[in-house]
Each structure stands twice: as C-alpha cells, then as structure tokens.
Write a protein that binds this ligand. Structure first.
Ligand SMILES: [Zn+2]
Ligand SMILES: [Zn+2]
Ligand SMILES: [Zn+2]
Length: 366
C-alpha cells in the first residue's frame, strides 16, 4: 500500500502543478479556475478591476481547497480508507482528525484574509489599496477604478502574456502586471523602466517576430507604490515603448531586435516628416486603425508631377489613418524578401485601393 500511496502522491503533485501553472493545452481546453468560476467572475472587459479582485480570491481559495493539503488528504483517505484505521491505531487515536485539522489550516488563514479584504466592498484588497495610493482631490477611488476599467477595455492597449500565469498590460496611463495572486499597478507618469537583460527566446515556427526576451525592472517614482519586474518579447517592445511617459533606462546599452516592420515604420515616419505638411480646415476623426490618436495623414499624388511613369493613382479619400498605422499598412504590403525596395515601392490606399508612394503621404498640420 505504501508504494501505491507514493504513486498517488506523485500524480497529485503533477495534477496540482498543471492547475497552478497550466500548460497551453489546459488553457485552450478551458480547464482553469477562471473558466470554471466564470459564472461568478463575470467578464474582464466589463469591469477589469472587479474581475481581477475576484479572480485573485477565487485562485487563492481554489488552490487552497483543491490542490494543496485538504484536497490531497481527502483524496488519500478516500482512496485508502484502511489507512485511517492504521494511523489511528498505530500513532494516536485522533491521528486522522489532527491531520485533517492541520490540512485545513491554510484554508482558514486564507478565508480570514479574504474576509478582511471584502470589508467595505473589497476596499481592503491589495489591488484596491494600490489604486487608493493615487487618490487626489481631483480623482476618487471610484473615478480611478473607472479610468482603469475604461482604459483596459480599449483596443489600443498593449497586452502581452509573459507565461501561462502572468500578463503585462500597458494602457494610456497605467502599467499593470497580472499574476495568479497579485496585481501590480503603476501610473505610467511615475513608472521608470530599466532594461536589465535580454535573452534569446525559443523561436516560434513561421513567425517573423524576432526571438528575444527583454527583462525589465519597473520602479515607481512614488515611494509608496511597489515596483516589479517582467519579461516581454521584443516584438511588442515598440508598442510598449510608445505608451511610456519617462525615458527607458538602458545603462548596459543592450540591443533590442525589433521586427522588420517596426524598424521600417520608424524610417517611414521619418521620411514622411520631411514631406511638406498640409493644413485642413475640418476637424479630424480618430484613426480607424488604432482609435488612439487623430487621423493625421492625407494622400495626394505628388509623385505624378515628379515622375510620369509612376503607377500611383489619385484618390480623394478623407483622412482616416494616423502616420504609424499607415506605416504598418505600407510595410505589411511589401515583399519581405526585397526589403531594399520598400521605401521606393508603393501600396494601395487602405480605403480606395489606388496606389500611393512615400512622396504622396502628407501630415496634417495641427
Ligand atoms: Zn492609427
Ligand atoms: Zn484612397
Ligand atoms: Zn506616388
């Protein structure tokens, strides 16, 4: 029986590890605590902060009940009822009861902590306490929570999975790291990012993204807010960097390999800045690509006056895109094997499909 119990223990440990650090297969098949408790958690996009508070609670209690001691003790005694007899007769008449009581101890402690968080509508939860550090005469806890919820709902946020249990999100004003039991949050105006190291990441087949992981330490200029560290793939580094308010510290001068498209967009933006600017009387709508900034680009076929062999065609589309989104669009329509021709090449207008080249892209003057 001893051998069987050891075997059962090993299986239980493996099972626990799968639940605590779920592999991609478990996540895609929906066997995660979040999915199982979906009915209580609600939707993350509907109310990000409230969802995360409840998710940390569910994860803590779930892990305590099922995957640590109580679940293990129940499983063993259920599978081997004769063990109860042996333990009670050979060691102590209350041996099993004592083991059961000890196994429930973490759950009692966790429940006590969760109940203390719950007071005043979760105001004592560590996440609510962190947000509370940013309360000012202009912004109450409620308005800050609303702001974070709205920003996390927006399409222009940068979100990247670090591993199966942690994620990093950068919104317009906040940098958030989500882990199983804790949510780190720092206002971007107070966030100081230091690049600590870079390492080659496993290459994803058929991916054009560079395989590099960047380790970053975030400290807060506000003393009361705790910092954290995270890793991010260099392919999203460009997007993340755009969200930052303070310059990134890279004292070790580490080289970050961005994607070819990212590098091209930077050159594209630089080239367009050199073109003449146009002044429009009308107010522009948001860019339909990112919704984050105003459309600031007009396409006008200037190249036709310079080169009559040009294949560009006049279009009369109204401004709908920002420079970065148009740069990404342009890069996506180029031949990856002929990068040296990208700048002199052309792409179809995203709306009417008539071709344009770099000479035809004009920034709208503010
Ligand atoms: Zn845009
Ligand atoms: Zn057009
Ligand atoms: Zn042209």
């Amino acid at each position: 029986m001893f051998g069987e119990i050891c075997c059962c223990t090993l299986l239980y440990v493996l099972f626990s590890l799968v639940i605590i650090f779920p592999p991609q297969e478990a996540i895609s098949s929906g066997i995660t605590i979040e999915n199982l408790m979906n009915f209580w958690l609600g939707s993350e996009s509907h109310s990000f902060i409230y969802y995360q508070i409840k998710r940390t609670v569910v994860t803590l209690i779930g892990h305590c009940i099922c995957y640590y001691l109580p679940g293990y003790v129940t499983t063993i005694f259920f599978l081997y009822p004769s063990l109860i007899e042996i333990l009670n007769s050979s060691y102590h008449p209350w041996c099993v009861q004592i083991i059961a009581a000890v196994s429930l101890f973490p759950l009692f402690v966790t429940s006590f902590v969760v109940l203390s968080w719950r007071k005043g509508g979760w105001k004592n939860h560590p996440l609510a306490q962190t947000i509370a550090l940013y309360i000012s005469p202009e912004k109450s806890l409620l308005s800050l929570t609303e702001e974070i919820n709205n920003e996390c709902f927006r399409i222009d946020k940068v979100s990247s999975e670090i591993n199966s249990i942690s994620r990093i999100i950068a919104t317009e004003n906040w940098l958030i790291k989500i882990t199983s039991y804790k949510i780190h949050l720092i206002a971007l105006r107070d966030a100081l990012l230091v690049i600590e190291s870079t390492q080659e990441a496993p290459i994803i087949p058929n991916s054009t993204s560079p395989a590099q992981l960047i380790s970053i330490r975030v400290t807060s200029l506000k003393d009361s807010v705790k910092g954290f560290t995270f890793k991010v793939n260099s392919s999203i580094w460009g997007d993340l960097e755009k969200k930052l308010v303070n310059p990134v510290v890279n004292t070790k001068h580490l080289v970050i390999h961005q994607t070819l498209a990212d590098r091209f967009v930077a050159v594209f933006e630089e080239a367009v800045q050199k073109n003449p600017k146009v002044k429009l009387q009308t107010e522009q709508d948001s860019c339909i690509g990112c919704m984050g900034v105003k459309a600031n680009i007009v396409l006008d076929r200037r190249c036709l006056t310079v080169n009559d062999k040009s294949s560009c065609r006049q279009c009369s589309c109204k401004p709908m895109w920002c420079l970065t989104c148009l740069g990404k669009w342009f890069a996506a329509r180029q031949d990856p094997n002929e990068t040296e021709t990208w700048l002199s090449s052309n792409a179809p207008c995203p709306t009417c499909r008539s071709k344009f080249c770099l000479l035809d892209v004009f920034l709208i003057e503010e």
